[in-house]
Design a protein around this ligand. Structure first.
Ligand SMILES: Nc1ccn([C@@H]2O[C@H](COP(=O)(O)OP(=O)(O)OP(=O)(O)O)[C@@H](O)[C@H]2O)c(=O)n1
Ligand SMILES: [Mg+2]
Length: 395
């Protein structure tokens, strides 16, 4: 009996088969199933063309028709189905010039990156493994399908993928594969950097990150990783972490010549990641100046704390007990400005002679700060009393 994640998708495969086409589970889901890792998404490959899939299922979303990928909606769930394909020449090493649909699963498996990723599984759990991927999984070996040089010339991202699989799984890279990685690493520079970023994030998150870093040094791949090309040793200092935000914050804090913005630009990351990394840098400075006090805990979002403690550990070797942060959090009198029992209207009512101005915001900020940090009670009368003594000079 297949695990639950496969069961619904297995019905989709059966329906395709009932319509005289083939369909298999392929890629990461089969690999992770064999290894016994959690399966996050299930991919299906089929001999049916996108238009043929559209004829079988009433609800099909054409997400990447040029690559042969559609999303089949089935019983309120989505399944990605990709037509068997083989790829044409990659003149710019970024993307295939053409995709050719084929009717044979082996042709499809043949153009995949590593043997462990080139295993197909049918709806009953029967495996089709023409490149002995299972053997490589048992031997914990990352090996390209067929000629390594060809696979990396087709898509140089695979060089980074080999590293990230090594980081995630702790597997070793087979000799020919490794040699070809070293030889073709220059092609990494031609990749669309966003693709590199996705793999780098997974690489940094792997439990066997150190092993991947050893390969990065052995094969001198750091020359082709933006930012780290100038500062490769920083990679050796990093521990695994699930986001690039603390990685970039770490880099910026360790090297004054590199800013978070430099990292974000180099890897074309989102503004959200930029904000997270900058917050971490600010939080670190705050911590160095004032330690972890109520204002610190109040200010920084909760989803930030793990990465913050990680950063302090990486930089200062200090271990911060996250429970300590939580207990300060539990004792906070307010959790946001919305919880203040006064607002701008109250202030204006209390000081009718004062024209509207930035004093209102400044005063609210001060009230907020004192409530959080110095025990000012969050009660209208107490706040009013406190203001008598602290009203800023009129602007
Ligand atoms: N450059 C690439 C990227 C992907 N693939 C193939 O497409 C599958 C799906 O790719 P992707 O989802 O990017 O990787 P996964 O192996 O599924 O890993 P993950 O579990 O992290 O998604 C891979 O298993 C592999 O067979 C490939 O041959 N070459
Ligand atoms: Mg996948």
């Amino acid at each position: 009996m297949l695990p639950t994640v496969f069961q619904k998708a297995a019905k989709v495969i059966s329906i395709i088969e009932e319509n005289q086409y083939e369909a298999y589970f392929v890629g990461g889901c089969v690999r992770d199933y064999i290894i016994g890792r959690p399966i996050h998404d299930v991919d299906i490959a089929s001999s049916a063309l996108p238009s043929e899939i559209q004829n079988i299922f009433p609800k099909v979303i054409p997400v990447g028709l040029e690559h042969g990928t559609v999303i089949v909606r089935y019983e309120q769930e989505s399944f990605e189905v990709t037509t068997y394909r083989t790829e044409g020449v990659y003149t710019d090493h970024r993307r295939p010039d053409e995709v050719y649909f084929v009717r044979n699963i082996e042709e499809d498996l043949k153009r995949r990156d590593f043997t462990m990723n080139a295993i197909a599984m049918d709806a009953k759990g029967e495996m089709l493994d023409p490149f002995y991927g299972r053997e490589d999984i048992v031997s914990e070996r990352i090996q390209t399908v067929g000629d390594a040089a060809e696979r990396f010339k087709e898509d140089a991202l695979r060089i980074i993928r080999a590293l990230r699989f090594s980081s995630q799984l702790g597997f070793s890279i087979e000799g020919h594969t490794k040699k070809a990685m070293k030889h073709y690493k220059g092609l990494i520079d031609k990749l669309a950097v966003e693709r590199l970023t996705v793999e780098l994030e997974k690489l940094c998150a792997g439990s066997f990150f150190k092993k991947a870093v050893d390969y990065i040094f052995e094969l001198e791949i750091y020359h082709h990783l933006p930012i780290f090309n100038d500062e490769p040793l920083l990679l050796k200092e990093l521990e695994p972490v699930a986001s690039l935000a603390p990685v970039f914050a770490f880099v910026a804090l360790k090297r004054s010549s590199i800013t978070v913005t430099d990292c974000i630009k180099a890897y074309k990351c989102s503004n959200q990641l930029k904000q997270q990394a900058s917050n971490l840098v600010d939080a670190y400075h705050h911590y160095k100046k004032d330690g972890i006090n109520a204002w610190f805990v109040y200010q920084w979002p909760r989803d930030h704390w793990d990465h913050f403690t990680y950063l302090v550990k990486q930089i200062d070797k200090d271990i911060i007990d996250i429970k300590e942060i939580y207990s300060i959090y539990e004792g906070l009198p307010i959790l946001s400005k919305k919880d203040l029992c006064v607002n701008g209207h109250d202030l204006m009512r209390w000081f009718p002679e004062r024209p509207k101005g930035k004093w209102i915001k400044e005063l609210l900020d001060q009230i907020e700060y004192h409530i959080v940090i110095s025990g000012l009670a969050n009660e209208k009368s107490k706040i009013k009393e406190w203001i008598q003594w602290n009203l800023p000079v009129q602007d």
